[in-house]
Ligand binder design. Structure first.
Ligand code: SAM
Length: 268
């Protein structure tokens, strides 16, 4: 039997009784990083044998793990934090177990995207979790455009050194969209900051530290594209300077001046 056991994402009290019991009863615990997980296991009096299982040895270890599971060994998988398989190792082994008819048992618990979603204040009836964003600018833009088109809440894993770039791009792509930055969930400095990209950028003059989940509110039917036609029209009017055009368009549409300025310069 193969168990996927969720562990805390910050607050040690977020381990379940069933998780502790399972981790004590199995014969082997696969850990993403044994040095990271041993203190947690010791804390809960779990002395089960551990083995490392991460993306770099996943492929190599797969056949022997499947053979052991088939023979009846009880094995659990934990990641550094949260639920295995969610931007952490697990998916591949579970798929192979299913193919081979090996029983897979989830032991649910902490999961950062779900904790962020349910407390964000954004709709929970329909959502997509998309993991981490691409690093390259072009790919990031394509991905964000795609996610902004979704009619449910989008849940994204972010990092302190990239959140500002992401918010800058969201300011251009969807300045009116409501966003939530959920930080350090279940920990001492847990915070939720809600606002449009411009407001969040103002709130994060220094980039937020720690672990971050970013949420995008759903696309709404009446969401408007930036007013390019209006800017074009105003720019063609005699005597109006770019600054004045931007001011008028801002008054008329409520679009952030920074975005309007960029478009007006491109149109000129
Ligand atoms: N499997 C984990 C889970 O179920 O939550 C997620 C692992 S993923 C490698 C790590 C990312 O999850 C972080 O970069 C961050 O985006 C998010 N994350 C994990 N713990 C968090 C926390 N306590 N607060 C906010 N975000 C967190």
């Amino acid at each position: 039997m193969f168990f996927l056991v969720s562990t805390p994402i910050g607050n040690l009290e977020d381990i379940t009784l069933r998780a502790i019991k399972t981790l004590k009863e199995v014969e082997t615990i696969l850990c993403e990083d044994t040095r990271h997980s041993l203190p947690l296991l010791r804390h809960f009096g779990i002395s089960t044998k551990v083995e490392s299982y991460h993306k770099f040895n996943e492929e190599k270890n797969l056949p022997s793990l499947l053979a052991r599971l088939k023979k009846g060994e009880k094995i659990a998988l934990i990641s550094d934090a949260g639920t295995p398989g969610i931007a952490d190792p697990g998916e591949r082994l579970v798929a192979e177990c299913r193919k081979e008819g090996i029983e897979v048992v989830p032991i649910p618990g902490a999961c950062a995207p779900i904790a962020a979603l349910v407390a964000s204040g954004l709709p929970t009836t329909r959502f997509q979790w998309v993991g981490f964003l691409p690093k390259k600018k072009g790919e990031l833009e394509t991905a964000l455009k795609d996610y902004l088109d979704y009619r449910g809440t989008t849940v994204i894993f972010e990092t302190p050194h990239r959140i500002i770039d992401t918010l800058e791009m969201l300011l251009e792509l969807a300045p009116k969209r409501q966003l939530v930055v959920a930080r350090e969930l279940t920990k001492k400095f847990e915070t939720f900051v809600t606002g449009k990209a411009e407001e969040l950028l103002a709130a994060f003059k220094t980039p937020p530290r720690g672990e971050i989940v970013l949420l995008l509110s759903p696309k709404e039917e009446e969401e408007k594209e930036p007013p390019e036609a209006l800017l074009k029209e105003l720019l063609q009017e005699k005597g109006l300077r770019v600054k004045e055009v931007v001011e008028i368009a801002h008054q008329m549409t409520g679009y952030p001046k920074k975005v309007l300025y960029k478009i007006a310069l491109e149109l000129q």
